[in-house]
Design a protein around this ligand. Structure first.
Ligand SMILES: [Zn+2]
Length: 143
């Protein structure tokens, strides 16, 4: 467990020592710290192989664009992601708010969670066993 302060404005998870929200700047002076599960990287697999996932509170999944120097946190290029098979450069992101949530970033072909298309900018919680479809690639979330 870890002590955190949840921003009353944007729900960003801040360290208990923060005086204002690191994301939106709202004062946290009146916000009581609370005990929350410590951040751990989400476990994801693709084709039954574990994906490397960095330990951070926002993880962007997509495909690299060498021309502009864009590299998402999880680059699906090596798994065959391309514009042809429906993977956008900034396709979807995972957000930590004490639990992992998934949010489509307005991708061209959309993201499907358990075969349901996500509405852009409307995060949904991930549950162990959730299947995330990004273009023609299928990722499994293991918790
Ligand atoms: Zn905030």
């Amino acid at each position: 467990m870890a002590l955190i302060k949840l921003c009353p404005n944007c729900t960003q998870r801040n360290g208990a020592e923060e005086r204002e929200c690191v994301k939106c700047g709202t004062s946290l002076a009146m916000t009581e710290p609370l005990d929350a599960p410590a951040l751990s990287a989400p476990k994801l697999s693709l084709n039954h192989r574990a994906l490397y996932v960095p330990l951070q509170t926002e993880i962007i999944i997509g495909r690299a664009d060498r021309d502009t120097g864009w590299y998402p946190d999880i680059d699906l290029t090596q798994y065959g992601a391309s514009s042809k098979n429906g993977v956008s450069r900034r396709h979807v992101r995972l957000i930590w708010n004490g639990e992992w949530q998934i949010e489509d970033l307005g991708s061209l072909n959309g993201t499907y969670l358990n075969q349901r298309r996500l509405k852009p900018s409307e995060p949904l919680p991930l549950l162990p066993g959730s299947v995330i479809q990004i273009g023609k690639l299928f990722l499994t979330y293991h918790g």
